[in-house]
Write a protein that binds this ligand. Structure first.
Ligand code: 0GY
Length: 310
């Protein structure tokens, strides 16, 4: 089914709609599992997309997100502000406050935000800000502005989520290591998985985590990183096989600093749209024991987003 983009918006040409009717995962998630990286888009008629956006998605509402949560067997969500909404956090905040406490948020804010507005975001459930360095998604924000924001949100006990491409880590290293908060890397810093897992590029990312105990990583988005794709090539559990060594290495070396999320509704995918049930079935390949699964899906996200319940 083709999805709508509502309001005065036309979705980006070639945009793939999120997947209807995802399969029921064969992997049973542990009780209390958190989908720690997902988005809501609009609906555009209610929450307009930002004028400065680089893409226009199809709408993906909070109701649709929560139906997916229940279908897959998650208990909670962390909703990450997507760039198509800029620094207008209303759609994400509305989803959080409508969740009966089962969703927390990561916002995008600008330097001129007041302490009162930060406080309101906190009350709504926001626990972090996201700094995006992926050039196709955002325009440049000066680093002194970002450092100032990081210092202010630290007062609220929030963390900083960073999104960047692996080739840009050397240039961004000094900035990242100066951040005063817990720092959560999206999608393992987007490694090029056609390169060796023990090669210099991924080693630099591992060094970043080894040297800086405040750095966490989401081991999410195999569908974005994979060249081999979703097809099971040699029997069961072969989807996104080329990503497994990278994600598994991070989970096994840093079991207390990893998170996982679906990334629903999967913005900007051009080749295929993943079946979210299949994505959940990917988890035991990268977290092979019950203990690693519990840390990845329950203990770690609870520590970061619902510390008062831990
Ligand atoms: C993701 C990945 C992408 C997009 C965004 O905020 C965004 O627009 O994060 C992407 O295009 O790689 O994590 O959702």
């Amino acid at each position: 089914m083709t999805k709508a983009t509502s309001g005065d918006f036309t979705k980006t040409a070639g945009w793939l709609d999120w997947y209807d009717g995802p399969s029921k995962p064969r992997f049973q998630l542990p009780a209390g599992a958190v989908d720690a990286h997902c988005h809501v888009f609009g609906p555009g008629a209610e929450f307009p997309y930002a004028p400065e956006r680089k893409y226009t998605p199809c709408d993906a509402s909070k109701e649709q997100l929560y139906a997916l949560r229940d279908h897959l067997g998650f208990s909670r969500n962390v909703i990450v502000q997507a760039t198509c909404h800029g620094a207008d956090n209303r759609a994400m905040v509305d989803a959080c406050v409508s969740s009966d406490g089962r969703a927390r948020g990561v916002a995008t804010v600008k330097r001129d935000i007041s302490d009162e507005a930060l406080h309101r975001l906190h009350v709504a459930g926001v626990r972090g800000v996201r700094f995006n360095f992926v050039k196709r998604l955002v325009d440049f924000t000066p680093k002194d502005e970002l450092l100032e924001i990081a210092g202010r949100v630290k007062m609220f006990g929030w963390h900083v989520v960073i999104y960047f491409e692996a080739v840009d880590l050397p240039e961004l290293w000094d900035f990242f290591t100066a951040l005063p908060t817990t720092v959560v890397v999206d999608h393992m810093g987007r490694p090029d998985v056609s390169k060796p897992v023990d090669g210099p590029e991924f080693e630099l990312f591992l060094k970043f985590m080894r040297q800086h105990p405040n750095v966490w990583s989401k081991v999410s988005c195999p569908e974005r990183l994979s060249a081999t794709g979703p097809k099971a090539l040699n029997g069961e559990q072969a989807a996104y096989q080329d990503v497994v060594p990278f994600a598994r290495k991070v989970v096994e070396e840093f079991p207390d600093r990893v998170l996982w999320g679906t990334d629903w509704p999967h913005p900007n995918l051009k080749d295929h749209m993943p079946d979210d049930g299949l994505l959940v079935d990917f988890i035991p390949q990268i977290a092979p024991t019950a203990e690693l699964q519990r840390k990845l899906l329950v203990d770690n996200p609870m520590k970061l987003y619902w510390p008062e319940e831990v």
